[in-house]
Unconditional design. Sequence first.
Length: 122
Amino acid sequence: MPPEAPVETVPTAIVGTPKTEPKYKVTREYWLTLFLVCAIAFPTLLLVRGYVVDESLEWLLWYALFLPLMQLATSIIVAFMTYSSKRPGREQRIRHLVKITLRAFIGGLIGIGIMLLIAVAR
């Protein structure tokens, strides 16, 4: 009698480690809110205030001038959403938002500095 063939066992798939640390970040919320502020709120505000922007270069100038304020508004909106959330990890998400806001502030200062250098050079 021939020996019996071993029964093939399918290995169990293991993804990551048994304990995966949760990620408490607000990156998605921040960028989605900034997109909505830039795409909907800012143009609406300009229209309500009576500004008519016809040329794309003029739009670019408006966004270059007001992007730091839009980023600050986004940080305030996301902070309010995070504080009112019942999800765990609120403190970690707030710390992450503070880091994003600080980087946006530094980037805004750099942008303002570049614009001032261009204005002085003329």
